[in-house]
Design a binder for this molecule. Structure first.
Ligand SMILES: Nc1nc2c(ncn2[C@@H]2O[C@H](COP(=O)(O)OP(=O)(O)OP(=O)(O)O)[C@@H](O)[C@H]2O)c(=O)[nH]1
Ligand SMILES: [Mg+2]
Length: 428
């Protein structure tokens, strides 16, 4: 049967025939007539047996018949251009594919449902209203905006600023979900760093031995702790008197620590604090670490209690009373769940996004644009307060309008679309 005569949204069973008229594979054909398809255009999906040979044969047949290969993100780009979704929704598709955790995927899914886009459209509508009020004044050159009118506009813009400000705030806990938290396990040799990594992973990944200096390089793995994806790096133990080969690993550990968002600083509770332990603490506090540090006292199953917790907390500059210290046994996994909870708290500053609550900005591009539009609106408010001419205030408002439009795609340039869709994979 000719595809054009097939019924839309109905699966057809049959065989794909190659260019020589030979059966290539057994397939299911699913025609979807626009606009009821992902892109809004007519779409035909062919499901075949997954092996590389049938796929290749079918692909070359459809290419020979005039089809072209899709660019990365082309399906979603077409869906956007055909008005099936706004740009924030299109980006959510990429975010869902790349998400490292269920919580991250859930947040992105809400963007796919268009929540952010709706909020932004509403804000743009309100800006347009304020601009319209100003335009009226501009039509009569002898008029200026009246004082009460200025007051109303300022109030309206302040309310918008508050909404955008809240959205920007949500990005601080949206970001870790999207990008993952760079977490470095640090400590002197043999304290149990690799063991801790394995305990967090719940399986063996890093090599564990009783020989100090086992880990020579940085080993990294993504794990989800408390709903937050952590990119955990196990490092070589840092010591003061390392040989040359070891020194390289130590140097990498230092560098990893400098780039980290979160440092799990491990101590061995079965031995008194050693000069190398103190050295590491000094190194961390000297750099004025951007990273949050969680002190992990390991090997508590040996019941030695050699480490003075208060002293270690002071050494690590943990003086704000938050006492980010967890006692664990990487061997028995005792305390590891509590460590996971503390980590999640530290990363999210105790503010877990609650399902069903406000929108959470997870996309770095959105975060940046929201920040810019906030500035434009502030400029407009300042202008109104200082009584500067109405047409100048409108310039700031128009800028805010244009900036917000870049989130939904209403004012997106070809260039911007190219950049966004280039990050997509082919077939999405
Ligand atoms: N009893 C006990 N032993 C542990 C625990 N964690 C680690 N160990 C032991 O301590 C030794 C060192 O563990 P690793 O995990 O290799 O230590 P590391 O810090 O990665 O060491 P390097 O890579 O050499 O710097 C091994 O013999 C582990 O079995 C623990 O919680 N309890
Ligand atoms: Mg190790």
């Amino acid at each position: 049967m000719e595809i054009k005569r097939m019924e839309s949204h109905r699966a057809y069973y049959g065989f794909a025939i190659d260019q020589e008229g030979q059966k290539a594979d057994e397939v299911i054909l699913l025609p979807m007539k626009g606009p009821r398809s992902y892109t809004g255009e007519d779409v035909v999906e062919i499901s075949c047996h997954g092996g590389p040979v049938p796929v290749q044969v079918i692909l070359s047949s459809v290419l020979a018949a005039g089809a072209t290969m899709a660019e990365p993100g082309e399906f979603t780009r077409r869906a956007f251009l055909n008005g099936r979704m706004d740009l924030s929704q299109a980006e959510a598709v990429a975010d869902i594919i790349e998400s490292h955790s269920r919580a991250g995927a859930r947040l992105a899914l809400r963007h796919l449902e268009g929540e952010l886009g709706e909020q932004i459209s509403q804000l743009r509508q309100e800006i347009l209203e304020v601009m319209a009020g100003i335009e009226v004044v501009l039509d009569y050159p002898e008029m200026e905006i009246e004082q009460t009118q200025r007051g109303d506009m300022i109030e309206q813009l302040q309310a918008m600023k508050a909404i955008i400000g809240q959205l920007v705030d949500t990005a601080t806990f949206g970001r870790p979900f999207r990008e993952g938290v760079r977490t470095v396990i640090l400590g002197r040799p043999n304290v149990g760093k690799s063991s801790l990594m394995n305990a967090l992973l719940r399986r063996e990944r890093a090599i564990v031995t009783d020989i100090p200096g086992t880990t020579r390089d940085v080993v990294s793995e993504t794990i989800v702790v408390g709903g937050v994806p952590l990119i955990v790096m196990d490092t070589a133990g840092i010591r003061t008197d390392a040989d040359r080969i070891e020194q390289l690993g130590v140097e990498r550990a230092r560098r990893a620590a400098a780039d980290a968002d979160l440092i799990l600083l491990v101590f061995d509770d079965s031995e008194p604090l050693q000069p190398a332990d103190e050295e590491i603490c000094r190194m961390l506090t000297a750099n004025g670490p951007d990273a949050s540090v969680v002190v992990v006292i390991n090997k508590i199953d040996l019941r030695c209690s050699e480490i003075d917790e208060e002293y270690v907390l002071r050494l690590t500059g943990n003086c704000d009373g938050s006492r980010r210290l967890v006692r664990v046994s990487a061997k028995t996994r005792e305390g590891v769940d509590r460590l996971a909870k503390v980590v999640a708290e530290v990363v999210l500053h105790g503010r877990l996004p609650v399902a069903g609550e406000s929108i959470v900005v997870t996309n770095a591009r959105h975060e940046e644009i929201l920040g810019q539009s906030l500035e434009s609106l502030s400029d407009a408010v300042d202008g109104l307060k200082e009584g500067i001419p109405a047409d100048l205030v409108n310039i700031d408002l128009r800028r805010a309008l244009e900036q917000l439009g870049r989130i939904t795609g209403e004012t997106a340039t070809e260039d911007l679309l190219d950049r966004i869709f280039a990050d997509f994979c082919v077939g999405k």
